[in-house]
Design a protein around this ligand. Structure first.
Ligand code: MEV
Length: 434
């Protein structure tokens, strides 16, 4: 056990790590320091995002142009380490830009916070207390919402929930908020803690039994929801390259979605592909991807069985295809890292300084596009064809191939399955000949 690690300087922390885990090998110290930003001021900003920071961990920052959403072209920033995701999204963006683009509508932007408390007082007493004090909860919220209310946000409602049939004595203040362009976590938690303090003080005054267990926002926001969709005629899905008519393709595509609707194993991968896109934008704009994922997966389980977040409608009589997603997603375009992280700030500017609602639309449409791209590959050429090119590059880089060697090996594996050992063998042979 080391004591006082957090008090050490950055260099002392690195020395501790290198001495204790890398046999004092200076190369590891150099490696960690190589990723420090040369602009010391900028580095300090990154250091202060978190604790015990000793270096930066780089992820690729890519962009997808020509993403048509609600009649407007966007260039979408994506932070993602997985190869093929950006390429797949670009392909889907191009495909749908020619078919009217993506459409999206925010249905609701309600956020949720809860004060969980335990009391063995009668339900009647607790109910009466709540009814008598409901106005006070609004007043407490208002005191903490001066600038939020100016922007049109604030506490929308607070209700008492009785969960004592699930856990003895468990009650909850269930509060809903509008937080405008902020994700609102700090704002909501501050108000909830003020509610908790008021509950404790009030119950103590009457010597009544009550314990506030915790005050915290919920990342499950099924009413902070956006719908995105694409639609076109079945004819527009005709593509000679996959040897299927538009209708055949649409039916196979629908079957693929259906499988994700009935089988949680497939649904998990299906939704994972959606979050490849969503998380990329969420990260690039400095939002909390863990909250977004947790909420999306909880929503996908709302019926009691984990299922697909997307749905397909084919109308054979009218000859139409519609593909859509309902995604609950709580985002901010002010506060948090959105302005502090220079690249998150740049991402938002690249997107035209969107409101939180616009960003919800962008993320859900990107998720839908990513799912379309994945399913289209899966039901036509298979996923490996597209992956192989990027996979090959990763292997070549891992083997430290020169530009010449890369060219040679790329030619060799043009239409072949790529494996690490085959690529390694090809490089060994090429090196022995040159
Ligand atoms: C890979 O990251 C994502 C996919 O597996 C998604 C899917 O299968 O739908 C391609």
């Amino acid at each position: 056990m080391i004591k006082g690690f957090s008090k050490l300087s950055k260099l002392e922390k690195i020395d501790y790590i290198v001495d204790n885990f890398f046999h004092s090998n200076e190369n590891y110290k150099k490696l960690l320091m190589k990723f420090w930003h040369k602009d010391a001021e900028l580095q300090t900003i990154f250091d202060e995002f978190s604790e015990n920071t000793i270096s930066n961990f780089y992820f690729p920052y890519g962009v997808v142009p020509n993403f048509m959403l609600n009649g407007k072209l966007h260039t979408v920033p994506m932070v993602i380490e997985e190869s093929s995701v950006v390429a797949a999204l670009s392909k889907a963006a191009k495909f749908w830009a020619k078919r009217g683009g993506f459409h999206s509508k925010v249905i609701n932007s309600e956020k949720v916070g809860q004060v969980h408390f335990i009391s063995n007082e009668s339900k009647e007493f607790i109910n009466n207390f709540f009814e008598e004090n409901k106005k006070t909860f609004f007043a407490i919220a208002s005191q903490n919402s001066v600038s939020m209310e100016k922007r049109g946000g604030g506490l929308r409602d607070v209700v008492l929930k009785d969960l004592s049939d699930k856990e003895p004595g468990l009650f909850q203040l269930y509060a809903t908020f509008e937080t405008c362009n902020a994700m609102g976590a700090n704002y909501i938690n501050t108000i909830l803690e003020a509610f908790g303090k008021y509950l404790e003080d009030s119950f103590e005054k009457y010597s009544k039994d009550m314990q506030v267990v915790m005050c915290i926002l919920s990342n499950y926001t099924p009413n902070c929801i956006v719908k995105s969709w694409v639609e076109c005629s079945l004819e527009e899905l005709n593509d000679p390259s996959h040897g299927m008519s538009g209708l055949e393709f649409a039916r196979k595509f629908q079957r693929a979605v259906r499988i994700a609707q009935v089988d949680p194993y497939r649904a998990t991968t299906h939704n994972k592909g959606i979050f490849n896109g969503v998380d990329g934008v969420v990260l690039a704009t400095g939002n909390d991807f863990r909250a977004v994922e947790a909420c999306g997966h909880a929503y996908a389980s709302r019926s009691g069985t984990y299922t697909s977040l997307t749905n397909v409608f084919i109308n054979e009589e009218q000859g139409t295809f519609r593909f859509e997603i309902d995604l609950p997603i709580s985002l901010g375009t002010v506060g948090g890292l959105t302005k502090l992280h220079p690249l998150a700030n740049l991402s938002l500017k690249l997107l035209g300084d969107p409101s939180a609602k616009n960003l919800m639309s962008i993320c859900s449409s990107v998720g839908l596009a990513q799912n379309f791209a994945a399913l289209r590959s899966l039901v036509t050429s298979g996923i490996q064809k597209g992956h192989m090119k990027m996979h090959l590059m990763n292997i070549l880089n891992q083997l430290e191939a020169t530009d010449k060697e890369k060219e040679f090996v790329k030619g060799l594996f043009d239409n072949k399955v790529v494996s690490f050992s085959d690529v390694k063998q090809a490089i060994i042979e090429h090196r022995s000949l040159s």
